[in-house]
Design a protein around this ligand. Structure first.
Ligand SMILES: [Zn+2]
Length: 360
């Protein structure tokens, strides 16, 4: 073992800063090697103000959490964000209107540049569902399993796939930056519902929180329930349409997960998000529908609640940053993306790595 390089990944004063950019809030924290988060801070996302405002808010939040613990060196920043991310380039390639002007943002380069006053640390970026999955695999419900499928069911629905955690926990990114995109799996029973992609009958159209609400409206004709939370409240109060909408939405999610399990054969499935927090009225029909489709060899498949809650994306973003630093310190030398802040990340040559040099 060689001595730690001052300021390098082996330097005990070195930390990474993890950031989670969502549609309503941006969260950040300082994270050491143990992946424990400290110095939590959050601000409202300036979602209507364009990408420059979001980048500025991220930089200010990172600076704020570092100011809370003087003497620490930010070696890297890991970001999980809403939107489809080209991880290798650190760029947002597609996003919904939730974050205005987000698509096309060179997020890694712009945040690094905006952090010049704290040394312009390298920045790595991934989708927030992938970050969530990586977090649950590294320190949460899926820790210790050799592979995992981690599903997040909230306003939308998505998944992160950890194929082989023994050789590095990088989520499957996919050829079009959409690995694990469970949202657009065909779902029987959703043919009457329009998906966010514009097609009919996809899992997100019935299985997400918005989908559950839409399914309730289609069953009941009641447009007075504002969202899935209100549908759940109606079900608790004895509304049969609401109870049916929850059970059918949950079952659709279970069958969608079963399809992914058939293909991937993961060692564990983790399910979390705001919709599962409805409770047994959602969880039980989801698991029943999932287990009904599993082949006999997978009957003991663990189906687990997420363990980290809202911290999961921060833990996964930090794990990404540490993996980046480890790779940079490795015998192969620094990856292409350790180019100076502001240098175009797209100059990185294609190679056998998915993310700024982190092994795939
Ligand atoms: Zn779709």
């Amino acid at each position: 073992m060689s001595a730690p390089v001052p300021g390098g990944a082996g330097d005990p004063s070195g930390v990474v800063v993890a950031v989670d950019i969502g549609g309503t809030k941006i969260a950040a924290g300082i994270v050491g090697r143990d992946l424990a988060i400290r110095g939590h801070a959050r601000v409202a996302t300036p979602a209507r103000d364009g990408s420059a405002a979001i980048v500025a808010a991220v930089a200010e939040l990172v600076t704020t959490v570092l100011a809370g613990e003087p003497g620490l060196r930010p070696l890297a920043v890991g970001i999980g964000t809403a939107g489809t991310v080209d991880v290798r380039a650190g760029r947002i390639v597609a996003a919904t209107d939730t974050l205005r002007g987000w698509a096309g943002t060179d997020l890694a380069a712009e945040v690094s540049l905006a952090l010049a006053r704290v040394g312009g640390p390298p920045v790595v970026v991934q989708n927030d569902v992938d970050a969530h999955a990586w977090g649950e695999a590294a320190r949460g419900a899926a820790a210790g399993y050799p592979s995992a499928l981690v599903v997040a069911v909230g306003t939308g629905i998505g998944a992160g796939i950890l194929i082989d955690t023994a050789t590095g926990q990088t989520p499957l990114r996919g050829a079009h930056h959409g690995g694990g995109d469970l949202a657009h799996v065909p779902a029987s029973g959703a043919e009457h519902l329009r998906c966010t992609c514009g097609r009919a009958g996809h899992l997100e159209a019935i299985g997400s929180g918005i989908g559950l609400h839409q399914h309730y409206v289609s069953l009941s004709g009641d447009r007075n329930a504002a969202d899935a939370r209100e549908v759940a409240a109606r079900a608790t109060a004895g509304n049969a349409h609401a109870a049916r909408a929850i059970a059918e939405s949950a079952a659709a999610v279970g069958r969608g997960i079963a399809a992914a399990v058939a293909i991937l054969d993961p060692a564990a499935v983790v399910v979390s998000g705001s919709v599962p927090s409805i409770g047994a009225a959602w969880w039980e029909p989801m698991v029943a529908a999932l287990r009904a489709e599993l082949t006999d060899d997978r009957r003991d498949l663990p189906v687990l609640h997420g363990a980290l809650g809202g911290d999961a994306p921060l833990v996964g973003a930090a794990a990404h940053a540490w993996a980046f630093l480890d790779h940079a310190a490795g015998p192969a030398g620094p990856p292409a993306s350790t180019a100076p802040p502001g240098a175009p990340a797209s100059t990185a040559p294609p190679g056998p790595s998915d993310t700024n040099g982190v092994p795939a």
